[in-house]
Every structure is written in structure tokens, then in C-alpha cells.
Design a protein around this ligand. Sequence first.
Ligand SMILES: Nc1ncnc2c1ncn2[C@@H]1O[C@H](COP(=O)(O)OP(=O)(O)OP(=O)(O)O)[C@@H](O)[C@H]1O
Ligand SMILES: [Mg+2]
Length: 338
Amino acid sequence: MTEHSTPALDVTDLTVVFPTDDGPAVSVDALSFSLRPGETLGIVGESGSGKSVTSLAIMGLLPKAAKVAGSIRLAGDELIGLKEDALREVRGNRIAMIFQDALAALNPVLTVGEQLAEAVRVHRRGCSAVELRTRSVELLDLVGIPSPQQRVDQYPHEFSGGMRQRIMIAMSIANDPDVLIADEPTTALDVTVQAQVLDVLRRVQERTGSAMLLITHDLGVVAGLADRVLVMYGGRLVEQAAVEPIFYDTAHPYTLGLLDSMPRLDRSSDGSALYSIPGTAPAATTVTPGCRFAPRCAYAIEGICDAAPVPISQVAHDHAARCLRIDEVRMMRRGGAA
Ligand SMILES: Nc1ncnc2c1ncn2[C@@H]1O[C@H](COP(=O)(O)OP(=O)(O)OP(=O)(O)O)[C@@H](O)[C@H]1O
Ligand SMILES: [Mg+2]
């Protein structure tokens, strides 16, 4: 993998607007990023920041009412504007998604094996029944389901929540996709099971070599799994860098706030409540001329930050932030952080 190879996924100026009774809701606003082959990019941000809308746009699964602009290229091929049958060819084959709610995504009246076989068959019409079954068992084995030969004939309700999420992962990699999108893959699970499922994701990615878009509100998950991080706020990119600089050379006040809201072992004993960023995120229908985070930001300069669009600045090589006070934030992080 080199810096100059074609990105597995290249998103440029992606904008998604929903018409609503309160006016247009700009859910994703001129978002650009790229995902290199085999790389894991974590997308983090509070609820409503546009993470899921971004992933649905990439999958071509947004409701018809959504207005989508910009470009989404999969290994160089433009996806925006593709006809539904062409999209279906791409989806589940070259690009696949792991949804948050495994129980809702699995069909209760079909065995796990039947559903895995169907996921493969859709894109590999010539496969025999024996080949499909062999592949289904192999996939269950890959995601760490014990006794896959027997369990392939069981129904979703016969599996625990964590096991069902593994089955979702198995379905998503059925056709060796180049890009895997995992939208909050572990939020519905308890902490121990979460760790196991993340481990499965890591192993599966090593085996398949696919690039991954890992969507989460949990910076801990990002730290364990991602190579790079994109922080979103109010539909916009606010900071993007490798994992290390995001944690130790933070350049955006919102990222600082997210880091401060993380539970930490060395703080839990003093009984103090977990920090949370004051205020609430703006609604997608709120129009702001300047930085969308300004009303909640301790660094904001009134009349400047909130008055005009804030451009994205290069902080360092492969590190960018949308802030006018990058230097102050970095200084604070270096001086003040443990
Ligand atoms: N179908 C829709 N119609 C109108 N607005 C929508 C629609 N889908 C999403 N939105 C709006 O788009 C914004 C982004 O939503 P999105 O689901 O992407 O957030 P998210 O970052 O995934 O949040 P969460 O962490 O809660 O999953 C929100 O303000 C949401 O209300
Ligand atoms: Mg979401």
C-alpha cells in the first residue's frame, strides 16, 4: 500500500439534504475523505452529526427524498447517480455494511446458513448448494462461531446478541468486499461481548484485507481498531488525522471535548461525574454562517468564529482541522494533558 495508490473509497464534497417541515436539513455538508486499501478509518461524532447518513449515502440506501451531491468513488468508480441494478451489483459484493441491530437485520424464519448462502448466491449465481453450504460454514468459522457445522442450521433466535452480531459480520464479508462499513457495530452489546466482537472484526479484516469505515461515538473503540480518525460535527468534518495525533496532538476544541468525555481509569475513583460538552448539537435545519461548534466552544471568538465560514487548515502532514485557534488548542493539549 502506497500513498499514491487509488483509494479504496474516495468521498469528495458529499452533501446530503433532506426536505423537512422546518426547512432543508443539511445532514452532511461538503464532507471529503478517502480510505486507503486495507485501512481502517474511524468516523466519530455525537448523535446527529451525520455519521449514518454518510454511510447510507455510500451504500446508496438513502430515502428517495434525500438530495445527494458530490462524489463517491469506489476504487475510482463513481457511485452517485448509478442506477439501482448497478448499485445492487456493488452492494454486498464490493462494498458491504454491518448494521447496528443484528436482530432486526436477520430474517427470523430462515436459518443462519440459508441467509449466508443467499448473501453469497446473489453475487455468485453459479454456486452449487454444496459450495454454498461449505462457504457458509467457513464464514461462521471465520467469525468464531463454535461448531459451525451444526450451528449453520439454526435460526437467529438460537444465538446470543454477540453471536448474532458475528453472523452479521460473516454476512457482510460473504463476498470479500473491498470496503466494509461498520455503523456502531457494538453499541447494542454489553462491554465484554463488545470486546469480543471488535476482536472478530479485527481478525476478519486481517484475513480479508478489506478497508473499513468504522462508525462509532466511542473514541475507545477507535483507539483500538482504527488507523485514522475523522471527527464530525453538525454534518461537517472538524478534524482528521492518524489515531495518535487525534489523542495527543489534538487541534480542534470539539475533539478535545470528546476526549475529556471519555471514561478514564485514573479519574473514576474520585467520584466526580463524567465531563460532558456543555450545550447541545445544532439541528440539521439550523443555518449558521460560521463554525457550527462556536456556540459551545470555550475557544470561540465572538464575531469571528460565528460570523463567517471557517476553512479546513492543514495542521501537519495528514492532519487537518476546521478551526481558527488550532495553535492555542494544540498548546493547551500539550501543556495540560497527562
Ligand atoms: N430521513 C431523514 N429525514 C430528515 N432528516 C434526517 C433523516 N435521516 C437523518 N436525518 C437527520 O440527519 C442528521 C444526521 O443523522 P445521522 O443519523 O447521520 O446521525 P448519526 O451521526 O448517525 O447519529 P447517531 O450517533 O445517533 O447514530 C440528523 O440531524 C438527523 O435528524
Ligand atoms: Mg447513526
